[in-house]
Design a protein around this ligand. Structure first.
Ligand code: CU
Length: 145
């Protein structure tokens, strides 16, 4: 039992070491690859960048990256982040809200998110954060295919 735990611990440590070594070689916004830009928005004195592998949101389940950078392009840890895709009521369609679930990455200020968009079209992305960089809030429009 004890042996097993130790072996797992070593494996994990090795994996993390490899991941750190690989990550440090690429990426201009730290060690986490952010993909192609979908949209940027100014929040206070920071820039929030929403990105993914294609640079385009789509209908359904998907992963996105959200990063916060200062004027020099350096990632800034903003603490707790929320992003909600909102679509107002239209005709027979009720208002929709699809929230992104975020996890932090090895780069403070860069967050990985998962969201399931109900359908394509124009969404209002409601972004907020609260933490070491203060409070910030903005809304920007983004189109999903
Ligand atoms: Cu809708």
């Amino acid at each position: 039992m004890k042996k097993c735990v130790i072996v797992t611990g070593i494996t994990l440590a090795l994996f993390l070491a490899i991941a750190a070594a690989c990550g440090s070689k690429n990426g201009d916004s730290g060690s986490v690859a952010t993909g192609k830009v979908i949209k940027t928005a100014v929040v206070g004195n920071l820039t929030a960048t929403l990105s993914n592998g294609t640079g385009q949101l789509k209908q359904g389940d998907q992963e996105v990256t959200l990063s916060f950078t200062d004027a020099s392009g350096k990632p800034v840890d903003v603490g707790a982040v929320s992003l909600n895709f909102h679509m107002p009521q239209m005709g027979s369609m009720t208002a929709m809200n699809d929230a992104v679930t975020f996890t932090t990455t090895s780069t403070p200020g860069v967050y990985r998110g998962k969201v399931n968009l109900g359908h394509g079209g124009e969404w209002q992305a409601q972004l907020a954060f609260e933490g070491p960089a203060g409070n910030g809030k903005t809304t920007f429009s983004v189109t999903a295919q």
